[in-house]
Design a protein around this ligand. Structure first.
Ligand code: UDP
Length: 469
């Protein structure tokens, strides 16, 4: 019966909307284009926030969720980096995952196990259950390449990345100054760094690596990563996988769409720092005054500053009278916005963006150029790649103490919306949008998936050139 022949895939995400969203899209694609059913394994940490809970319960019925028994992380110091927590949790979940996989195999034709980037240790559980394991890498080829090379870089590094005189040059990638290397790698004595080096080795045990990127956005890296390399699994850029059918558009969010409806075409700058990014109070003031000075229209998602006195009302941290003075041309919102709808709106023409990879793919898919404001994780090197490589972003100059001043913000905002540089990045992002649209229409991510499925996933592992099969 169908119960046993329908291919079934098991997925293990890490917490965080930027991780859950693209993995869910991968599951949906496998279900809709390739006749799969899927199980999403969740852990206590991935159901910690309401947004994540709501998201997981909104998955279509062809994707089941299975919650793993909680493991304790109480022995980790409170200062432990999130990447370390997720990695430690993965190791402790191995026995539970292993038995869950074996149990699933009695009911389904389980054809593989897909783990998110901080979960590579759980490949051991898949092996124990006799299953192939795949790495899902929700960011780009530049970051993947860095992590894959990290064990070797680490062996030759004699200082911290930020002290390097020369930029880090990965094959086929834009040179990245040491200061812009991802934050979890900036302290080599930190556990988090050691975990990333470990992952760089562990990734090699995957049967294939699926990356949420596409050729045109970082054109030279795929050429190199497509060449088979001994000891490294084949790599499939399967992106752009972008959030579809969001059910997260909660109350209050319609308000910002109503407001956008009333604005002229191509007149509004969208300002958001992602699902977790926060600014310090001092920096938030500069953003507010910068937007005011720019004279442009804006929709700003304000989050409570990390050093705020009032932890309840994000608007309480805005400069005195700001909302009143800008009410004719600006809107501030404090909650989750339906970002896809904002980017797709005809009034939106620019995005002050934290360069999170999902947001980057979304803005590209809608042809909206960026002012890069990276904060966490690999966002700084994404900003380098988007300005120097893809050419779709303007960058901001910082003061010595790291603060971006209001005049600089106003200048770049005007440049993006009215200047020559703005026209240049707009042209580039429009070109990319067209390729991305073509890719999504023809199901190129789906085609790459089919190729992965034929080569790595099902028939043979380690074929010479995946593209020729
Ligand atoms: N997002 C959204 N509304 C918000 C903030 C975020 O819909 O108010 C979505 C956004 O569209 C993207 C994801 O959450 O799909 C954020 O992922 P990203 O990789 O850009 O950054 P992160 O938030 O993980 O730093």
């Amino acid at each position: 019966g169908t119960e046993t022949t329908t291919p079934h895939i098991v997925m293990l995400p890490t917490p965080g909307m930027g991780h859950l969203i693209p993995l869910a899209e991968l599951a949906k694609l496998l279900v809709s284009k390739h006749g799969f059913t899927a199980t999403f394994m969740t852990s206590a940490s991935s159901t910690a926030s309401q947004t994540q809970q709501a998201f997981l319960s909104s998955l279509p019925s062809s994707i089941s969720t299975l919650s793993l028994p909680p493991v304790s992380l109480s022995d980790l110091p409170p200062t432990t980096a999130p990447e370390t927590r997720m990695s430690v949790e993965a190791v402790r979940l191995i026995p539970a995952i292993s038995s869950a996989l074996k149990e699933l195999k009695t009911r389904h034709n389980v054809v593989g196990f897909v783990a998110d980037l901080f979960r590579a240790d759980t490949f051991d559980a898949a092996r124990d259950a006799g299953l192939r394991s795949y790495l899902f890498f929700p960011t780009n080829l530049l970051t993947l390449s860095l992590i894959l090379h990290l064990p070797e870089i680490d062996a030759n590094l004699t200082c911290e990345f930020k002290e390097l005189a020369e930029p880090v040059q990965l094959p086929g990638c834009v040179p990245v100054p040491g200061t812009e290397i991802p934050s979890p790698l900036q302290d080599r004595s930190n556990e988090c760094y050691k975990w990333m080096v470990h992952h760089g080795k562990k990734y090699r045990e995957a049967d294939a690596i699926l990356v949420n990127s596409f050729d045109e956005i970082e054109p030279d890296a795929p050429k190199i990563l497509r060449q088979p390399e001994s000891g490294r699994p084949p790599i499939y850029p399967i992106g752009p996988l972008i959030q579809t059918g969001s059910t997260l558009d909660k109350a209050g969010t319609a308000e910002c769409l109503d407001w956008l409806d009333k604005q002229q075409t191509n007149s509004v700058l969208y300002v958001s720092f992602g699902s977790t990014g926060t600014l310090r109070k001092k920096q938030m003031d500069e953003v507010a005054y910068g937007l005011e000075l720019s004279g442009q229209r804006f929709l700003w998602v304000v989050r409570i500053p990390s050093d705020a006195e009032s932890k309840n009302d994000p608007f309480a941290s805005l400069p005195e009278g700001f909302q009143e003075r800008t009410k004719e041309r600006g809107m501030v919102v404090s909650s989750w916005v339906p970002q896809i709808k904002v980017l797709a709106h005809k009034a939106t023409c620019g995005y002050v963006c934290h360069c999170g990879w999902n947001s980057t793919l979304e803005t590209v898919a809608h042809g909206v150029p960026i002012i890069a404001w990276p904060l966490l994780a690999e966002q700084k090197q994404n900003a380098v790649m988007l300005s120097e490589g893809a050419g779709i972003a303007l960058r901001l100059e910082k003061r010595e103490d790291g603060v971006v001043e209001r005049e600089e913000i106003a200048r770049k905002v005007r440049e993006l919306m009215e200047g020559e540089e703005g026209k240049r990045v707009q042209r580039k992002v429009t070109e990319l949008k067209e390729v991305a649209a073509e890719g999504m229409k023809e199901g190129s991510s789906s085609m790459a998936l089919a190729r992965w499925w034929r080569c790595g996933g099902k028939v043979v592992v380690g074929v010479k050139d995946a593209d020729e099969v």
